[in-house]
Design a protein around this ligand. Sequence first.
Ligand SMILES: Cc1ncc(COP(=O)(O)O)c(C=O)c1O
Length: 390
Amino acid sequence: MNDSLMRVYFDYNATTPLAPEVIDAVTRVTRDQFGNASSVHYFGQQAKGVLDDARSAVAALVNADPSEVVFTSGGTESDNFAIRGAADAIEPTGRRHLVACAIEHEAVLNTLKALARRGWRTSLVPVDQTGIVAPDRVRDLLADDTALVSVMHANNEIGTIQPIAEIARLAHERGALMHTDAVQSVGKIPVDVRALGVDLLTLSAHKFNGPKGAGVLWIKRGTRVQPILTGGKHERSRRAGTENVAAIAGMGVAARLAMGRVAAEGARVGGLRDRLEAGILAGVPGTAVNGTPSLRVPNTTNISFDRVEAESLLIALDLEGIAVSTGSACSSGTLEPSHVLRAMGLPAHRTQNSLRFSLGLFSTEEEVDRVIEVLPRLVEKLRGLTRKAG
Ligand SMILES: Cc1ncc(COP(=O)(O)O)c(C=O)c1O
């Protein structure tokens, strides 16, 4: 590894570096508040105090009541908990149908598949060419036995933001619950559970400069959801298992920081993303942005490079010290075309020649300019190789 390279990390949608304040909190709590939050003695109560504080901070970030916040191990568990937990609670009423969006994260899509194996009917609502779900298409799929609708707030690959409030209204009209995976929106844009009108919301700390392995399922008061983990009475009997107090403390600090700077950071990072996007489109011929430019989280751009294999460009960029992604981290390492770009109806070559650039808290103009400077040369070289091979 060449360590004299200027390293550019533009993969914030995969995970984010921890804010220094978060590192301090995780370190301090690991050392000083090691108690089990369920213990009645001093050490346990200290740990419980840490959890209470973090619960209030995360609740404030999404305009929730702290009693509605259930700590989990992250986005994947929260998505599983929302869908499996709601399904288990609703099944006795005879409702056995689930609706999700075609561009959901695997945590949602594969949970639906698992429930389909148990006899549930599942429907995937399509997106249009810009990566947006039309509420009317959701309405078309809703049935009398629909138990839950799950549509992500912002997409991890292209950043598009869905009309959740409208979809939630339609779901409720048919007596179904509404879940949203807000893993990619929390911390990037203001998220308000009441304004969204949902019953269940997933968030994950490591996407907003918090630690990995900590997340939340927000459960609106009165919503019946069965626990998916059986065990002790932690989290008011909603999620068994000793809480990861240090990681949760870090999530609380990250939530407070995010709340304080979401507007200013959104504008700053949005400016950097736009500069990057404009620089790439102007400097590299045969490029196009995937997903609507108007309804996106401010940190993400997904760009197709004609006649370039995305994996080759990703590796070439990595050798230059620049870290980006081909769609979701889970599917990288394979040459699978992106299910998101495919669902948008993009032609086959464009589903395999697209890169995601996602920026964040520590991104700088210098880094953006470095990427703009390096990319034309790399793309030209790869296209030349393809021409020779052809
Ligand atoms: C939209 C979305 N949902 C869920 C997850 C899973 O979250 P976690 O990594 O905390 O399990 C991710 C992570 O990439 C995501 O982007």
